[in-house]
Design a binder for this molecule. Structure first.
Ligand SMILES: Nc1nc2c(ncn2[C@@H]2O[C@H](COP(=O)(O)OP(=O)(O)OP(=O)(O)O)[C@@H](O)[C@H]2O)c(=O)[nH]1
Ligand SMILES: [Mg+2]
Length: 452
């Protein structure tokens, strides 16, 4: 016999004896009284715990944040999704109510879908506007989103994956990209402490307002954080205006520009461009090496689709890449040099790995007097051309140089944002601002200590 308790709860004796409300055990058979609500809660929490362990995990998870970050992941998924097995693709953005209802143009499942789609879209649950605008507001939106963990779990971020790499792509000039990205990585680390993370961060162009540079600076500081362990292992910085100026050539001779160049960079990192597994380095190895040295920011330099017949040697292609870094840097301070090199199969015999390594070591030595470590990730493609793809990732330059523009914008804008009365408007306090400056300064001074 079920008893309806005064507060609407239902209890029952397992042997169906009648008992007065509030009894803990049955007065006739002595068995504990079952409280439906409590039992249901217990069942749900057991299931949730179970799901954490039993459900799939993914070796690689690609996450795009904000409008531009989502565009990058969308583009990347379209170009490389089919060759990247055991990967998951997730886009996170803010939206107005109307957009949530009408945004059906993307071939993705909604928040309600419980399947594991290859590319999914998550709208931040409390967002009411597609333009969040400021870092602090984006961060607040992310913190208030109760569905974030669930979404990440469903994208395969799990502690059962011992070797998981999470790639996060975002433009840091906007409020969503800058504010939501670091928090997302924080949750990724909490859900899978073994995961490695790599961020591709698009930095605002020179002609963008101070608020954009301010957002970017706050975000960079959050990625490295005050704790012992930074949120991101590797952060690749690309200035929006520099990216717009460079060009590459794709496998079928087509011009590569803008987002597709960054797509190519990420594809090279995960070995998607190759027809076999790349030698030596992989993102996990690079992330480990960088983290162990405390070097987290890298400037990418790209030379995609360069004809060896025209350039004459790999050294010349390296020079070409180094002549157009995607963010400011000074060669003198480079401590880590990672080269991702892709050569067509038919040239493999003339470009032996051993010879290439020797050539690269010499070039590194000639260019970077403070070099502490280097790696070559060599892979082969089935193409018949003589074109090589080269991505050079240089680490160890100070944020004061590489993110100078962001720092200057931050300095100008902080007097507006830091006022007590405007904390609610911008979502950051003056203490937060001070901490951000300290984080960046302390990163740069550690680099100084290391290089001296
Ligand atoms: N204006 C413009 N900015 C671009 C473009 N492509 C990339 N960006 C960069 O993207 C940044 C803005 O990032 P978005 O992704 O639009 O912003 P968001 O993350 O959605 O953030 P909110 O819109 O503020 O919520 C700018 O600061 C630019 O540096 C482009 O085609 N036009
Ligand atoms: Mg936006």
């Amino acid at each position: 016999m079920v008893t309806q308790e005064s507060e609407g709860r239902s209890t029952v004796c397992p042997n169906h004896h009648q008992n007065p409300g509030g009894s803990e055990s049955c007065s006739i058979c002595g068995l504990p009284i079952v409280d439906y609500e409590m039992e249901l809660e217990l069942l749900l929490s057991t299931l949730a715990e179970e799901e954490r362990h039993v459900m799939f995990s993914r070796e690689r998870v690609f996450i795009g944040i904000g409008d531009h970050g989502c565009g990058l992941v969308y583009d990347f998924h379209r170009s490389w999704g089919s060759v990247l097995r055991d990967s998951e693709f997730l886009m996170i953005k803010s939206s107005g109510d109307a957009e949530q209802l009408t945004d059906s143009a993307l071939p993705v499942t909604s928040n309600q879908g419980y399947t594991s789609p290859p590319l999914s879209l998550h709208f931040l649950s409390m967002s009411v506007n597609s333009q969040v605008g400021y870092f602090g507001l984006g961060e607040r939106l992310a913190r208030d989103d109760m569905e974030m963990d669930d979404r990440l779990l469903r994208s395969g971020v799990r502690s059962s994956a011992a070797k998981q790499a999470v790639f996060l792509l975002a433009a840091l000039g906007g409020g969503t990209g800058s504010g939501v990205s670091p928090y997302t990585l924080q949750r990724v680390k909490a859900l899978n402490p073994h995961s490695r993370s790599l961020v591709v961060a698009m930095m605002p162009a020179a002609d963008e307002p101070d608020s954009a540079h301010f957002n970017a600076f706050c975000s960079l500081s959050r990625f490295i954080g005050t704790d012992h362990e930074p949120l991101a292992d590797i952060i690749l910085l690309a200035d929006f205006d520099r990216l717009m100026k460079i060009r590459g050539v794709g496998a079928s001779g087509e011009e590569l520009a803008r987002e597709s160049l960054l797509s190519h960079l990420v594809a090279a990192l995960v070995g998607a461009v190759a027809n076999s597994s790349p030698s030596e380095a992989d993102p996990d190895y690079l992330a480990k090496m960088s983290s162990s040295m405390g070097i987290h920011f890298f400037v990418p330099c790209l030379a995609i689709g360069r004809s060896l017949e025209i350039f004459g040697s790999v050294t010349n292609v390296l020079e070409s890449a180094l002549s157009s870094p995607l963010a400011p840097m000074d060669k003198e301070s480079v401590m880590l040099s990672y080269v991702l090199l892709q050569v067509p199969d038919r040239m493999a015999s003339s470009l032996h790995e051993k010879t290439l390594r020797a050539e690269l070591n010499k070039w590194n030595k000639d260019n970077f007097p403070r070099l502490k470590g280097s790696a070559l990730q060599l892979s082969h493609s089935s193409g018949t051309s003589d074109r090589v793809d080269l991505c050079l990732l240089l680490g160890g330059t100070k944020l004061g140089v590489t993110a100078k523009r962001a720092q200057e914008g931050f300095d100008r804008f902080k007097s507006v944002v830091g006022r007590k009365s405007w904390e609610q408007e911008f979502g950051v306090s003056s203490e937060n601002l001070l901490e951000m400056e300290q984080v960046v300064n302390s990163y740069d001074s550690k680099l100084d200590e290391m290089s001296s």
